[in-house]
Design a protein around this ligand. Structure first.
Ligand code: NAD
Length: 361
């Protein structure tokens, strides 16, 4: 397979972690007989420094012309970096919002996996975390409360604020289809999370998800209210496979799920559109405090690259090989500083990338 991958190294630790993910992808290409063409584009602070804006039209065109985008992270120290003296629409984050919009990325995927070797980092009691868990949170990214009409008014000295939560059936259907498709590649279970006991938008959500489920007889569907889901995540996380939910519920639940894994340097993510195209990036930020020191953990970016292989290219064997390499390296006791524990061998970002690449093939 010939694949054109656009890389956005970005700011802070971004260039370091993307270099390691690319190293792993290059090894995958070599071992499995693919041709991967990489092209770097600028975004965020790196683009501001060169072009005066966080994202150029040319960069968007390059991303659109690619098969998938692999990103590090953008942004700097928000108190000291001169980027944050610029108006909001010229700051690094505006680049990320701009590219998500331009590429129509409406489905956000955030896995929360507890690895046996990192079980100590999990804040849950051993009897709850049990044999670990592997959850995929699928969050709708372009609708709901964050994009509905909003206003603040004042009448007779009393201020009133209104936000509106709007979903139409098409928006619900397209994310539900993604959720079921992804459950088919996993353990075949979708938990659709809503607040159907109160909200009309949730009642429509539930109906449309049920309609979509008709086309997936081999996937088990259950519904769960969002308040219960928040509790179940810390009570019995292993019950979940794919959690499918709207924008704000997903925002909150995905942070909760990632916290229960205990390590920010391990968390991948993907944002997809309605074709197989996606932007893949770690869940963490650009960590300016550790940039350029060769101590960042590249695993979240490497696992994001594995998601790219699986969800954009349908290269499941190759994705399995990358995920297996991560497990193997952890099993052998290698750790970057953020996940270091007694008795393990501490390695830097580059060495971790070398180790991961060496386990493929
Ligand atoms: P952060 O995730 O960058 O860092 C939080 C803490 O985690 C820091 O101590 C950092 O050193 C550590 N950390 C993060 N990733 C790590 C890794 N791979 N290995 C080892 N340690 C790691 O969050 P922050 O400090 O709040 O934000 C820094 C910048 O990142 C800000 O400009 C913010 O806007 C930006 N940001 C960007 C994205 C994105 O590009 N999608 C997401 C979140 C934050």
């Amino acid at each position: 397979m010939e694949l054109n991958i656009v890389c956005i190294p970005g700011d802070g630790i971004g260039p370091e972690i993307v270099a390691e993910a690319r190293k792993v992808l290059e090894k995958v290409a070599l071992v499995f007989g693919h041709k991967m063409n990489f092209k770097d584009i600028l975004m965020g602070g790196a683009s501001i420094d060169v072009h005066g804006v966080p994202l150029t039209k040319e960069a968007v065109e390059d991303a659109k012309a690619s098969d998938a985008v692999l990103m590090g992270s953008i942004g700097g120290d928000t108190t000291t970096s001169p980027w944050y003296k610029l108006p909001p629409d010229k700051r690094p984050e505006a680049g990320l919002l701009g590219i998500r919009k331009a590429l129509n990325l409406f489905a956000n995927l955030r896995p929360a996996v507890l690895y046996d070797e990192l079980a100590n980092a999990c804040p849950l009691k051993k009897e709850i975390s049990g044999d670990g868990f592997d959850i995929m949170i699928m969050r709708e990214l372009t609708g709901g409360l964050y994009f509905g009409e909003r206003r603040t008014t004042e009448e007779n000295g009393v201020r009133t604020a209104v936000d509106t939560l709007v979903y139409n059936e098409n928006e619900i259907r397209r994310i539900a289809v993604k959720g079921f498709d992804i459950a088919k590649k996993r353990r075949g279970k979708v938990t659709s999370v809503d607040k159907a006991n109160v909200l009309d938008s949730s009642r429509l959500w539930r109906k449309v998800v049920e309609e979509v489920a008709q086309n997936y007889p081999d996937v088990v569907l259950e519904h769960m209210l969002v308040d219960n889901c928040a509790m179940q995540l810390v009570k019995n996380p292993a019950q979940f496979d794919v959690i499918l939910t709207e924008n704000m519920f997903g925002d909150i639940l995905s942070d909760e799920a990632s916290m229960v894994t205990g390590s920010i340097g391990m968390l991948a993510s993907a944002s997809l559109n309605d074709s197989k195209f996606g932007l893949y990036e770690p869940s963490h930020g650009s960590a300016p405090d550790i940039a350029g020191k060769d101590i960042a953990n590249p695993i979240a970016t490497v696992l994001s690259a594995a998601m790219m292989l699986r969800y954009s290219f349908d290269l499941d064997r190759e994705a399995d090989a990358v995920e297996e390499a991560v497990k193997q390296v952890l099993k052998e006791g290698y750790r970057t500083g953020d996940i270091m524990s007694e008795g393990c061998t501490q390695v830097g970002c580059r060495e971790m990338g070398d180790l991961l690449a060496s386990k493929i093939g």
